[in-house]
Ligand binder design. Structure first.
Ligand SMILES: [Ca+2]
Ligand SMILES: [Ca+2]
Ligand SMILES: [Ca+2]
Ligand SMILES: [Ca+2]
Length: 582
């Protein structure tokens, strides 16, 4: 059995004995509930612990080291070594009750045996020994050649890679008062949210998928001016369509003027929950593929036929998955797979689905073969410069720059605009769309690695860059660029006007400093930062930030969504709301 290279499709883990995550906002029956609450808290802790252990087991069986941020003193025994008898590399796995050997294969009782079963080489009292995963060659061939000749390669790096961009302090004062009461404070691996008015009362709701293991449907939260409450939607339609942690887009997909909810989840392809009014929805796939796995989707009329279309990005490398299937097929003498049984063409990371007159969706992803997998995607199908529709996305391939695509209505194909433009040597994370100097723009966060052999030393770090269209040409403006020993990923970025001057500002849930940083766009095209004293603090990871007027007072507010992972330092998750008090 081939082991996974770097992405673990955790939805495929065979879970046993997991119940739904308790809701944090259930009406409290005060006193009598306190004993129950303690029990519940203990159960939650136990679940989290079991979860952590299973994730670790999955990593171990996939040949991955323990999660770095965790205290790994307990897992020092995880090791790969060269067997002195055979010269082969072996991985040593400490024995524990969850592991067993079936037919010569090592299995974990809580993991799907089809994915996690490894040939056992030998065992002793304390350990199982399996063949260590084969490491993919990481060095470019040119470097091998150079090394063979005893030469050290020299890489000419653009001096701008060493640039540091730090916005000046703004004189603008902005009071952001937290009004999060009633919002969930836990629930993990949420990825993307929408803030949109689903019931037509002119007040937007927060809409998310359920968190991981939440087992719920759409999560909808509304603000009454003082606190938040949960709306329990009534969901009808195709019960085989499951909501899973992932992403949301709100758009009118069937042209009845009611905004519908498009969701996509890890291990759960996109589908539409059609809005029937009064928070009732009917879920339908209408030709959207079940096979896809993702955490981000975005909607708009790409081809201008008046019907809404979708772009969705995979949260796994479909290219790597396909390659693995092809190698397996080759080894077994079977024809290489190209499509799954339902006609889903394998190996494309970002896909476009076009609405038809019949109300169904048809995939037309021409040009997207070079696109990336990632956790964010945002589409602007009607940019204010009346130019071609475009989308921007994250890209989890190290060094991948295909993060910006225009759609050409004449040829019906997408064109990569990120080549030679997007930040190099790194991966791209969060995405938000808006305007820069009045022009259509994408605001993208990134983490930079290093170029091997860079002569002036490493230039690792992180930052935010703006890609904007000036006439026909896309240009880059760096908003923030930090050099650091190791860059920090921050996915949560929102764009909108916060001080009412008509210029789009930026709210960044900056995980490296633990603050929601606000940057005001100036008329000259620079950015100035709100006094850090006035910035909300946050922990763990920011996943999604939106700038929207939630309370209808004419001033845009900030909504922040967390993702907490098993390895996060605290258990804080959920959502937070910062009201713009001027
Ligand atoms: Ca609709
Ligand atoms: Ca369309
Ligand atoms: Ca502004
Ligand atoms: Ca407001």
């Amino acid at each position: 059995m081939k082991r996974l290279a770097f992405v673990l499709p955790l939805a495929l883990l065979a879970w046993t004995g997991c119940s739904s995550t308790p809701r944090t906002d259930a009406p409290a029956k005060a006193q009598e509930a306190s004993a129950d609450a303690a029990k519940e808290a203990a159960a939650r802790e136990a679940l989290a612990e079991r979860e952590r252990k299973t994730v670790e087991a999955a990593r171990m069986l996939a040949g991955l080291p323990p999660v770095a941020e965790e205290d790994d003193s307990a897992r020092e025994e995880w090791v790969i070594f060269t067997d002195p008898d055979t010269g082969k590399k072996l991985q040593r796995i400490p024995k524990n009750p969850s592991l067993r050997v079936v037919d010569g294969k090592l299995r974990h009782t809580q993991l799907n045996p089809r994915m996690f079963a490894i040939d056992l080489v030998r065992e002793d009292e304390g350990f199982y020994y399996v063949a260590a995963p084969v490491e993919a060659p990481v060095r470019p061939p040119v470097e091998d050649e150079a090394a063979a000749e005893g030469l050290r390669p020299i890489v000419e790096v653009d001096p701008l890679e060493y640039e540091v961009v730090t916005p000046a302090r703004s004189k603008v004062r902005l009071r952001l008062e937290e009004k999060s009461e009633g919002l969930p404070t836990s629930g993990f691996w949420r990825s993307n949210m929408a803030v949109a008015d689903l019931d037509g009362d002119k007040r937007p709701e927060i809409v998310t998928t359920p968190p991981r293991l939440g087992m719920g449907t759409l999560q909808i939260f509304r603000y009454d001016g003082a606190r938040w409450s949960t709306v329990e939607p009534i969901i009808e339609g195709d019960e085989s369509l499951n909501y899973a942690y992932g992403g949301i887009a709100v758009a009118d997909m069937d042209g009845d003027d009611r905004p519908d909810v498009v969701s996509i989840g890890h291990g759960s392809g996109p589908f539409v929950s059609y809005n029937l009014g009064g928070f009732r929805f009917r879920r339908e796939a209408r030709g959207l593929p079940r096979r896809m796995s993702g955490r981000a989707v975005s909607a708009g009329d790409l081809d201008g036929d008046g019907r809404a279309d979708l772009v969705a990005i995979s949260d796994e490398s479909e290219g790597s998955n396909l390659k693995r299937l092809q190698m397996k097929a080759e080894a077994e003498g079977r024809p290489a797979p190209g499509a799954s049984d339902d006609g889903y063409k394998l190996g494309i990371d970002t896909r476009a689905f076009f609405g038809s007159a019949a109300g169904t969706f048809a995939e037309k992803s021409a040009g997207l073969e070079v696109a990336c997998f990632g956790y964010t995607i945002e589409l602007n199908a009607a940019p204010r410069d009346a130019g071609a529709p475009f989308f921007a996305s994250g890209c989890r391939y190290q060094g991948g720059r295909a993060i910006l695509f225009e759609y050409d209505r004449k040829t019906g194909a997408f064109f990569n605009k990120g080549r030679g433009l997007a930040e190099d040597y790194g991966f791209h994370s969060g995405t938000a769309l808006g305007t820069y100097q009045g022009r259509p723009a994408a605001f993208v966060t990134y983490v930079k690695g290093n170029a091997r052999g860079a002569t002036q030393g490493p230039f690792r770090g992180h930052g935010v860059s703006i890609y904007y269209r000036d006439g026909q040409e896309w240009k880059r403006k760096r908003l923030l660029k930090v050099l650091a020993k190791v860059g920090t990923e921050s996915q949560g970025i929102g764009v909108g006007d916060l001080n009412g001057d008509g210029l789009d500002d930026v709210a960044l849930g900056d995980d490296s400093v633990g603050r929601v940083r606000v940057f005001f766009q100036t008329p000259a095209g620079d950015f100035e930062e709100l006094d850090p004293e006035l910035q909300p603090k946050h922990v763990n990871r920011s996943m999604s930030v939106k700038i929207v007027d939630v309370d209808g007072d004419g001033k845009n507010d900030i909504v922040l969504m967390y993702e907490y992972r098993t390895a996060a330092k605290t258990r804080a998750g959920g959502l937070r709301f910062f009201r713009n008090a001027g």
